[in-house]
Design a protein around this ligand. Structure first.
Ligand code: ADP
Ligand code: MG
Length: 366
């Protein structure tokens, strides 16, 4: 099911008497293709949950419309929208068994949709198999691990065959290893069912790894929409470049003169097409190439071995972060006794941004 958001806006009145209203979602315009998994990503408070609440009908929009396929669902109550919901806290009924929890949404069906008990059981069993908890059906939620509880919650969201599946930080209560495993499970389940899914997270790694497309939000405003790799490789502004990637991108105060990027007194890269101006220069950790004759000199702090790669930690007076982190292949040896380390830069890993509006200043990569 295709989901269309048209100029969707949600304004909350200020909580204080003379304060400004909060625009939690500002003019969100997006057509989510059928059967895709969309990662909605951004820092805490940027409007992710509000967006989900608008889509499922828990909150009415201030303005704008929501369509599921050709159906305008903007005024429909949540129970008539055909959405499945999964939240961070699993919200299972503690006194019901796993099977009863999964069957629960089917028991309230009325009229022609009303189901017999055996039919409900069968549907619940199918959902339980899909999330691989069909051996735990008689347990109570308290007898399950966090990961298993979240699977029950997912099965419960899927049992009515929703038109759209909405998940709000579903992995945040799980420990690191289980989070990795469960996100792969969610991807598998989504692909097996083909249900259009919106997955909210503040964790860029999580969103990047399982989404067909990511939507990056900040202060209620969509910053960029695209395939994860495309957004990583071509951030439209400084915020997006900083939000994606671990370790994070390194940002420097720089300037462009005669189509050369200067950081400090060194001309570190050729940037054809950019006018003379001060810039924010952002360099991905993998954009540094160890090079004893390289143009970019950093003060070496330490070298961290990470197995496959080596992380070179250094400082630079023009760096906006306390340290600069570069990632190089482990076979490239750094002289740890040296006070400085020199690099050349990979042009497609360097982004320039306007210092006033933070927008990207493209240059020709030769
Ligand atoms: P996220 O899920 O990205 O952390 P939210 O959608 O929960 O962000 O919140 C977005 C903004 O809207 C925040 O500034 C939050 O304080 C505000 N907000 C959310 N819900 C309400 C509400 N019911 N009343 C007033 N302000 C709200
Ligand atoms: Mg939230």
């Amino acid at each position: 099911m295709k989901v269309v958001l048209k100029n969707l806006t949600k304004r909350f009145p200020s909580r204080t008497k003379n304060g400004a209203d909060v625009i939690a979602v500002n003019n969100f315009d997006f057509e989510i293709p059928d059967g895709k998994l969309i990662g909605l990503l951004g820092p805490s408070g940027c409007g992710k949950s509000t967006t989900l609440n608008l889509i499922c009908g828990l909150e009415p929009p201030t303005s704008g419309q929501i369509f599921f396929g050709d159906d305008d669902v903007t005024r429909l109550p949540p129970e008539n929208r055909g959405v499945g919901l999964v939240f961070q806290n699993y919200a299972l009924y503690p006194h019901l068994t796993v099977l009863e929890n999964i069957m629960f949404p089917l028991q309230n069906l009325k009229g022609p949709e009303k189901m017999t008990k055996p039919a409900m059981r069968e549907k619940a069993m199918t959902a339980a198999k899909l999330v691989q908890i069909d051996t735990l059906l008689e347990r109570k939620p308290s007898e399950l691990s966090g990961g298993q509880q979240q699977r029950v919650a997912i099965a419960r969201a899927l049992v009515k065959t929703p038109r759209v599946l909405l998940m709000d930080e579903p992995l945040s209560n799980l420990d690191a290893r289980l989070r990795l495993q469960t996100r792969e499970e969610i991807r598998r389940i989504q692909q097996e069912t083909g249900v259009t899914t919106i997955f909210v997270t503040h964790d860029q790694d999580e969103a990047m790894s399982i989404s067909d497309m990511i939507v990056v939000m900040k202060d209620g405003v969509v910053q960029q929409i695209g395939a994860p790799q495309e957004v990583y490789d071509n951030p439209v502004n400084l915020f997006v470049s900083m939000f994606l990637g671990t370790p994070p991108i390194n940002v420097f105060d720089g300037k462009v003169e005669n189509e050369k990027l200067y950081i400090g007194s060194e001309a570190v890269l050729s940037v054809p097409g950019v006018k003379d101006q001060p810039v924010s220069a952002a360099i991905r950790p993998e954009g540094f190439v160890l090079d004893e004759n390289g143009p970019f000199t950093l003060n070496l702090s330490r070298v961290e071995v990470m197995g496959r790669d080596t992380s070179v930690v250094s400082t630079h007076p023009a760096s906006r972060n306390v340290t600069v982190r570069s990632i190089i292949p482990a076979r490239n040896k750094v002289d740890r006794s040296a006070r400085t380390v020199r690099f050349s830069l990979l042009p497609d890993k360097v982004f320039l941004f306007d210092v006033d509006d933070d927008l990207r200043l493209p240059f020709v990569v030769e």
